[in-house]
Design a protein around this ligand. Structure first.
Ligand SMILES: C[S@@+](CC[C@H](N)C(=O)[O-])C[C@H]1O[C@@H](n2cnc3c(N)ncnc32)[C@H](O)[C@@H]1O
Length: 315
C-alpha cells in the first residue's frame, strides 16, 4: 500500500504521548518515536507503536519518557496531508507550541514492510564497554559480548539513557552466583545483560503481557532462557529475595512499588532505580530512605538519574 508520513518534532517531553495518541485517532497505521535528546539530529527510533483500539487524547499527556522527540506517523496515501496537518495543529494549539515542527513526506510505492526495514536500519549497535547491544538484523560485534535484542513494540532497545545507565550498573555490580530482579523488564534487556555477564539467575517482571513474551523470545535468542525467568506482575514468585534489584520504570510507579521492591532485596543487597529525572531524585531518595534503603550513589545522563541504594542490615 503506498504510504505517506507525517513527522512532528517536539522538544517538551509532556507532548510526545499526546501527539502519538492524536495520530492514532486520526487513522495512523503506525507511529514511531525517536529520541533527539542527544542533539545529534540522527534518526534513533526507540520504539514503534501500532494502534490498539480506542485511545484517549488526554490519557497519555505527561507520560512520555522523551524530551526532544521526532514522531513519525504513517498514513495511507489517500489521506489528505493538508487536512491532517491542520487537524494536528488545531489539536495541539500549534500557535502556542513553538517547540513543535510539522512536515509531511510521501513514500510512493513504499510498503509497510519497507517502512519497517527503514526503521530497523536506523537502529545502531549500542556499545557499553565490554558488551554491545545489537539487533537481529545486525552482524555480531567481534571481541565483545553481544546481547541481541528485538524489542518489538516494547521499551528497551537499549537506546534510552536510563537503560544504558542501568545496564552499565548491572554489568559493574553483578557477580557469580547472584540473583537479580529486573522489575519493569520491557524487552528483558537488563535481565539478559545480567544473565550473560556472569553465572547469574535473573527474574524479569512486567505488567505488560506482550513485554513478557518479547522478553522471553529475547532470552532464548541470547541462549539464557534457562537462567532468565519472566513473569507478569501477578505471577511473580513471592517470598524470594535478590542480591540486586533494578527498576527502570519512572518516578510514579517507583514510589507506589517501593514496598514491594524493597521486600525483594536481601539485607545488604543493592537496588538501582531509574526513569527518575534529576529534579525527582531528592524526593525518591527520601521515599526509599523511609523504607530502609540507603541511597549511596547516583549516576546522571542528561536529565536522567540512576539512584543506587543498599538495603540496610547485614547479609
Ligand atoms: C521504561 S521501560 C524499561 C524497560 C527496560 N527495563 C529498560 O531499562 O529499557 C518500563 C517498563 O516497565 C513496565 N512497567 C511500568 N509500570 C509497571 C508496573 N507498575 N509494574 C511492572 N511493570 C511496569 C512497562 O510496561 C515497561 O515495559
Amino acid at each position: 500500500m503506498p504510504l505517506k508520513s507525517i513527522t512532528i518534532e517536539v522538544s517538551e517531553s509532556r507532548e510526545t504521548g499526546f501527539v502519538s495518541d492524536v495520530l492514532f485517532e486520526l487513522g495512523a497505521l503506525s507511529v514511531s518515536i525517536s529520541d533527539l535528546y542527544q542533539g545529534t539530529g540522527a534518526e534513533d527510533p526507540i520504539y514503534s507503536e501500532q494502534p490498539q483500539g480506542t485511545v484517549s487524547l488526554s490519557a497519555a499527556r505527561g507520560q512520555s519518557l522523551w524530551r526532544n522527540a521526532r514522531i513519525t506517523a504513517l498514513f495511507p496515501l489517500c489521506f489528505d496531508s493538508e487536512a491532517l496537518l491542520m487537524t494536528i495543529g488545531t489539536e495541539f494549539g500549534l500557535e502556542q507550541t513553538p517547540t513543535m515542527r510539522l512536515y509531511s513526506e510521501v513514500f510512493d510505492d513504499k510498503s509497510p514492510a519497507e517502512w519497517v526495514a527503514r526503521v530497523q536500519s536506523s537502529f545502531q549497535p549500542i556499545c557499553l564497554g565490554e558488551l554491545t547491544i545489537t539487533f537481529p538484523w545486525h552482524p555480531r560485534e567481534a571481541g565483545v559480548t553481544n546481547v541481541v535484542l528485538d524489542p518489538g513494540m516494547t521499551f528497551g532497545s537499549g537506546e534510552h539513557a536510563t537503560t544504558q545507565l542501568c545496564a552499565r550498573w548491572v554489568m559493574e555490580n553483578v557477580g557469580k552466583g547472584m540473583e537479580v530482579l529486573d522489575f519493569g523488564t520491557g524487552s528483558g534487556v537488563l535481565a539478559i545483560v545480567a544473565a550473560v555477564m556472569e553465572d547469574v539467575r535473573a527474574v524479569g517482571v512486567d505488567l505488560d503481557a506482550d513485554a513478557v513474551q518479547v522478553a522471553r523470545a529475547n532470552a532464548e535468542r541470547n541462549g539464557v532462557a534457562d537462567r532468565v525467568s519472566l513473569y507478569e506482575n501477578e505471577d511473580e514468585p513471592e517470598g524470594r529475595e535478590y542480591d540486586l534489584v533494578v527498576a527502570n520504570i519512572m518516578a510514579g510507579p517507583l514510589k507506589s512499588l517501593a514496598d514491594r521492591l524493597v521486600s525483594r532485596l536481601k539485607p545488604g543487597g543493592m537496588i538501582g532505580l531509574s526513569g527518575v529525572l534529576v529534579g525527582q531524585a531528592e524526593e525518591m531518595r527520601a521515599w526509599y530512605g523511609e523504607r530502609g534503603i540507603w541511597i549511596e550513589n547516583a549516576a546522571v545522563d542528561c536529565e536522567w538519574v540512576l539512584l543506587v541504594g543498599r538495603k540496610m542490615g547485614k547479609r
